[in-house]
Each structure stands twice: as C-alpha cells, then as structure tokens.
Design a protein around this ligand. Structure first.
Ligand code: SF4
Length: 288
C-alpha cells in the first residue's frame, strides 16, 4: 500500500513539472514516391496521379510490370495477363503526373511523413528528391520448392513455370498431376497463400481445354475457391473431367519417375497416378 502511494505521489510531482508540448508545423511536400512497378505499384501511382498529385515511380528491373509479365491468363475472369499489364503500363507512361525510373535503387532515406529526402539511382545516375509520402509496393515472389516432391524445373515444375510454358505453347503432357499446398501451411510457412488453389484449377482447365484427352489430377488439402466466380471455375474443372483427390498433410503424395502415389483417405488405400508432368502449387513469399 505504501509503495502504491509513493508511486502516485511521484507521478503527481512529475506531472506538476510538465510543460505543454511545442506545436511543430511543417509544410507537406505534395509529391509521392511509389517503389515497385508491378500491378500494385502501377495502380497506386495511377490513382494518385489521376487525383492531380505528382508521382515518382521506381522499378528495380529494366521493365515495368513485375510478376504479371510472366503469367499467361488470370483467374477467375480468364483475362490475358499481358493485355492487363500492358494496358496499365501504357496508362502510367501516358500520365503526365508520373515520372518513371527503371533499373532503380534507393540509396538514402531521411525525414518523416510529409517531408522525406530520398536519394535513388537509376541507370547510373543519382537523384535527390523531396517527397511527402512513400508507398512500398515491392510485391512478392513465388517459392522455389527446392528439395520438395522431386522438383527439378523440368518434369516437376511450379505453377509459374507452367504459365511460362503456356505462353511459349509448350504444354503437351497427357498425364498431369497438380499438387497443392507445396511449402505452404507447414511449420516453415504456416500461412495459406489464398491464390494457388485458384491458379491450380485455372491451369487444370487450360490443360483440358488445350487437350481434352489429357488426364489431369489435382491433389489438394483444402480448396480455397471463395466467391461465385471461383466456385464456377471449380464446377467447370469437374465438368471437364479434372479429378480431385484430397490428401492428408501427415501422408503427403510421393512423386516417382512416372507416377505419383497418394493415400486416398476416403477410400482408405493408396492410389498410383501415372504422370508425365507434375505441377507444384507453391505460395507467394516476400521479396527484398
Ligand atoms: S494451395 Fe490452396 S489451400 Fe494451399 S496454400 Fe494455396 S490457396 Fe491455400
């Protein structure tokens, strides 16, 4: 009790000596910096620029567009990924309020919200700018499943590598097994990526549409196909003959030379599925 009284007395004595804080005013620099020119960065830059704010858009790669440049078609609306990203790039390039720099690296950041002093270099030239706000839209990468399910980037590939093959017109396997949740919802990465179920099913549909005789099997733990459009995609895949087999994370599928073995927990027995190509659905992971 004595200690509590002492603490209250000390607090009151200290409060009696306090003085009101000085109000600091500072001009806000009405200009934004967007770091990353993938679909998120481009959209942010265009939105700000369309409201009349000057924007500097930095991209570390030589080209704008980020991850979308390597994709083929977008689920669930079945849009051409190149058309979507090229239209956004053109909109940004045509906007007089957006200054774009590629091959860019941030060198120094100082200041505070409303007034940042930033130095960046782009294509060998260094530039100092003052800005009011910074938006970081550096996006995500796709997990490379080294050491998982015999991944070799050739016969066992990721969904991203499959997209590149679609773009190049190089998908001709007759027996395809797609394995979901590879490297996700595991002790290393507990989260669900939320998009790879839709990507896996979209790509299964594309394979069936290109080659109706192809046998496509999706091995899944759960199906995150939320929303009416995604559910329609799931029904469409089933109508086209895509086979779905649920597996248990305690007994994951085993990939061998020409087959995938999986324990079918409803049938209570192991299934052997012939394969010429295995596609692994891996989660998004943070980039630098
Ligand atoms: S495959 Fe489906 S359930 Fe698994 S992490 Fe991706 S979205 Fe989530």
């Amino acid at each position: 009790m004595d200690k509590a009284r002492d603490l209250i007395r000390m607090g009151a004595a200290k409060a009696a000596l306090l003085e009101p804080q000085e109000i600091i005013t500072s001009e806000v620099e009405v200009r934004a910096l967007v770091i990353g020119a993938g679909i998120a960065g481009l959209t942010a830059a265009i939105s700000l620029a369309n409201r009349g704010f000057p924007v500097i858009l930095l991209e570390k790669e030589k080209e704008l567009g980020g991850m979308l440049r390597s994709l083929y078609r977008l689920a669930p609306m079945d849009l051409d990924a190149s058309e979507v990203i090229n239209a956004k790039i053109k909109e940004a390039e045509d906007n007089p309020n957006i200054e774009i720099y590629t091959g860019a690296t941030i060198e120094k950041v100082e200041g505070f919200i409303g007034k940042f002093d930033i130095t960046f270099s782009a294509n060998g030239t260094s530039k100092d700018v003052r800005l009011g706000v910074v938006i970081i839209a550096t996006g995500a990468g796709n997990l490379v499943p080294e050491g998982m399910y015999q991944y070799d980037g050739n016969k066992v590939i990721t969904q991203w590598e499959l997209e590149e093959r679609f773009k190049a017109g190089k998908v001709d396997a007759n027996n395809v097994v797609i394995i979901q949740c590879v490297g996700a919802r595991s002790p290393e990465r507990r989260y669900c990526s939320r998009i790879c179920c839709a990507i896996g099913i979209k790509n299964a549909i594309l394979i069936k549409e290109m080659n109706p005789a192809a046998k496509v099997t999706i091995l899944y733990r759960d199906l995150m196909m939320y929303g009416v459009e995604n559910e329609d995609q799931l029904h469409k895949a089933k109508e086209l003959g895509v086979r779905f087999v649920k597996y248990d994370s305690e007994r994951p599928p085993v990939v061998e030379e020409n087959k995938v073995t999986v324990f079918h927990h409803l049938m209570g027995k192991e299934l052997e599925i012939p394969q010429e190509m295995v596609v692994l659905s891996t989660p998004l992971v943070g980039t630098e």
